[in-house]
Ligand binder design. Structure first.
Ligand code: NDP
Ligand code: GDR
Length: 346
């Protein structure tokens, strides 16, 4: 057991919630930054022995005060506007949060003279690779093609610049997509697993999606927070890719998720006229809406996490099929729980 203190920004998000539990199990004292209106997402932290503080990534004074007061051994900077499509719609505020917010943390640590005592994890992203050919690793040239990817890349370089210029201990985790039952409902995996459960429960007719042929390397968030922690336990700061090394299309994710509840999907038509049909009943379950396409999408992400395996001893335990079962089952359970409490109330 450790007596270390951790400060997590983005603690109400998917990764923040997993990381907080993981660090508490290790004996850490955990502190987290939350926005004042975090009512829904804060409920996932109920029962955890953590201290929460109101704040915002764009409020440099507030971050400076919190870092000084908490005096953490480790800062996990997970806060971000993390939805890539939304970053095309609100690029300016996204930059304030995802880039300037990171600078606020790095510079607070420097100005407070904590360079020697604090270790920082920066949540970088495979989206920074953009259109660079797969498989992508730490040596792959970056070629982002979304405002989100550009903002994350700027933050990545700020972290490296502070490391090289001021000897700050800051490591970039270049993480490929990782999911779970805590994944936000607007991300494609959770949107699919929720729809599968809702369709099975008779509460939804159709699932509407965008680009079905996009390829992602999907892992489980539970595995990835272990990698974040391992990065900060090394003698020297460095940058690491975390990924499963397996690539699947959105289309395959849909097929496997429906297969989990015994439905086989047959695809008919092309482009925005394509539909996914229940083979047994002939009913259309999936359709396409052009509004869900991005101005530019990253089409093929596949990570090579050899460096993390060799230097951190990290490798994922959960792969594609188990990830999908885990997520579909969790969403089925919440429909069942909802149905049972509705019956009790009635
Ligand atoms: P989520 O979207 O689930 O969580 C984002 C968190 O950031 C939430 O707690 C949110 O708070 C907080 N946040 C957003 N804006 C602000 C702000 N202005 N001030 C303070 N907090 C803010 O993301 P994930 O947990 O999935 O991802 C964690 C980090 O890892 C993010 O930086 C993401 O970009 C990055 N990443 C994620 C990957 C993935 O596949 N999940 C892959 C690679 C990188 P609130 O609850 O109030 O909205
Ligand atoms: P991504 O995840 O953009 O990779 O970013 P997302 O789940 O949003 O999209 C993955 C792929 O699915 C396609 N897609 C759809 N996406 C959404 N959200 N909704 C749809 O209806 C839909 N239909 C098809 C997308 O076009 C895309 O190609 C995630 C985030 O967690 C980032 O913060 C993180 O940095 C990267 O992963 C790595």
């Amino acid at each position: 057991m450790t007596s270390k203190i951790a400060f997590i920004t983005g603690i109400t998000g998917q990764d923040g919630a997993f990381l907080a539990s993981f660090l508490l199990d290790k004996g850490y004292e955990v502190h987290g930054l939350v926005r004042w209106d975090c009512v829904d997402t804060c409920t996932r932290l109920e029962g955890l022995d953590i201290q929460l503080y109101f704040g915002d990534m764009i409020d440099a004074n507030n971050l400076n005060f919190l870092i000084k007061t908490i005096n953490p051994d480790e800062i996990y900077n997970l806060a971000a506007l993390s939805h890539v499509k939304v970053s095309f719609e609100t690029p300016s505020s996204m930059f304030d949060i995802n880039t300037k917010g990171v600078l606020n943390i790095l510079d607070s640590v420097r100005v407070l003279g904590l360079e020697r005592s604090v270790r920082i994890y920066q949540a970088s992203s495979s989206e920074m690779f953009g259109v660079s050919p797969a498989p992508q690793n730490e040596e792959t040239p970056f070629a982002p093609c979304s405002p989100y990817g550009v903002a994350k890349l700027a933050a990545y370089w700020l972290a490296r610049t502070y490391r090289d210029s001021y000897c700050l201990y800051v490591s970039n985790g270049i993480l490929f997509n990782h999911e779970s039952s805590l994944r936000g409902e607007d991300f494609v995996t959770r949107k699919i697993t929720q729809a599968v459960a809702a369709i099975e429960a008779g509460q939804q007719d159709m699932l509407t999606l965008g680009n079905l042929d996009s390829v992602r390397d999907w892992g489980h968030a539970r595995d990835y927070v272990v990698g974040m922690w391992l990065m900060l336990q090394q003698d020297e700061p460095d940058d690491y890719v975390l990924a499963t090394g397996q690539a699947h299309t959105v289309r395959e994710f849909v097929e496997r998720a429906f297969a989990h509840i015994g439905i086989e999907i047959l695809w008919k038509g092309v482009g925005v006229n394509e539909v996914g049909v229940n083979v047994k009943t002939g009913k259309i379950l999936i359709n396409i809406d052009s509004k869900l396409f991005r101005p530019k999408d990253v089409n093929y992400l596949l990570g090579d996490a050899s460096k993390a395996k060799e230097k951190l001893g990290w490798q994922p335990e959960i792969y594609f099929d188990e990830l999908i079962s885990d997520m579909v089952n969790a969403d089925r359970r919440s429909f069942l729980d909802g149905w049972e409490s509705w019956q009790k109330a009635g």
